[in-house]
Design a protein around this ligand. Structure first.
Ligand code: PXL
Length: 279
């Protein structure tokens, strides 16, 4: 049976991050994707593409979760942007009630277009209510610095210290995404299993078209878990998947470019080849 996977996330109206990134990634992995929307992010082209986050009420989120869990157990769940503390509380209730396994918490605290932290209380709610349920959490350098109470991280030594502190908050595995912010020549992510550190390295591409990279990576990890991969194998595959997506990023408007979620599988090339073969 096809693995079933849910993302609980915000809608990125521009289509590259958030639940759009998650569902596209799930599809590429061949897992069946469900989405529970927590908030809607819109951007204003007349104001330099400034972001606005409109959260949905938690009653509505509860109805979405009820709908999705009515089917059967989900093999894995990912959380992203959650909108309000009430939403986090509802999510924690459902995770407990359904004894959800394979939870990946991507502790989204801001998007590139928003000024500073969205809401500090939301970061604490994710830390206190979700991380204890998580198998894996995937913070970027800023989020890891906040969760570990270390300020922004700039070196791999600091990443290791932060990973230990974050693991103490509940998750069995911590993956800190070094991404483009880390001043290394390669793109370096740190994988910590509670005992050993493994560095996942990939090529760093000189591109600005990387909107959605963090969400796509966490979604790929989630899909890999649903397919039965170990966390380390899921992380390594996710890295390869997102590397291809960044390498083939697409400029979608004058303001930004998205990762291309379909790059790794390149289904388009296969379909073109098929139509040539079929005349
Ligand atoms: O990349 C963080 C992010 C997560 N979720 C949603 C977003 C963004 C950034 O734009 O819109 C819904």
């Amino acid at each position: 049976m096809i693995p079933k996977v849910m993302t609980i996330a915000g809608s990125d109206s521009s289509g590259g991050a958030g639940l759009q990134a998650d569902l596209k990634t799930f599809q590429e992995y061949g897992v069946f994707g469900f989405s529970a929307i927590t908030s809607i992010v819109t951007m204003d082209p007349a104001a330099g593409w400034s972001h606005e986050v409109t959260p949905l009420v938690s009653d509505l989120l509860a109805k979405e979760l009820k709908t999705i869990y009515a089917g059967a157990p989900l093999q894995a769940v990912k959380t992203g942007m959650l909108g309000t503390v009430e939403n986090v509380q509802v999510i924690a209730q459902y995770l407990t009630e359904f004894q959800q396994k394979n939870l990946v918490v991507d502790p989204v605290m801001a998007c590139k277009g928003t000024a500073g932290l969205l809401q500090p209380e939301l970061a604490y709610a994710m830390r206190d209510l979700l991380l204890p349920h998580a198998l894996i959490t995937t913070p970027n350098l800023v989020e890891a610095g906040i969760l570990a109470e270390m300020g922004e991280l700039t070196t791999t030594d600091e990443m290791e210290t932060a990973a230990k502190k974050i693991a103490a908050l509940g998750p069995q595995y911590v993956i800190i995404k070094g991404g483009h912010r880390l001043k290394t020549t390669a793109a370096v992510d740190l994988f910590y299993d509670g005992q050993t550190f493994t560095y996942l390295t990939g090529e760093k591409y000189a591109t600005d078209f990387n909107h959605g990279a963090g969400c796509t990576f966490a979604a790929a990890v989630t899909a890999g878990l649903a397919k039965g991969n170990t966390p380390l194998v899921a992380a390594k595959k996710a890295k390869a998947f997102v590397n291809a997506a960044i390498k083939q990023g697409v400029k979608i408007n004058p303001f930004l470019g998205h990762v291309w979620h379909g790059a790794y599988n390149d289904a388009e090339a296969r379909m073109n080849q098929e139509s040539r073969n079929n005349g």
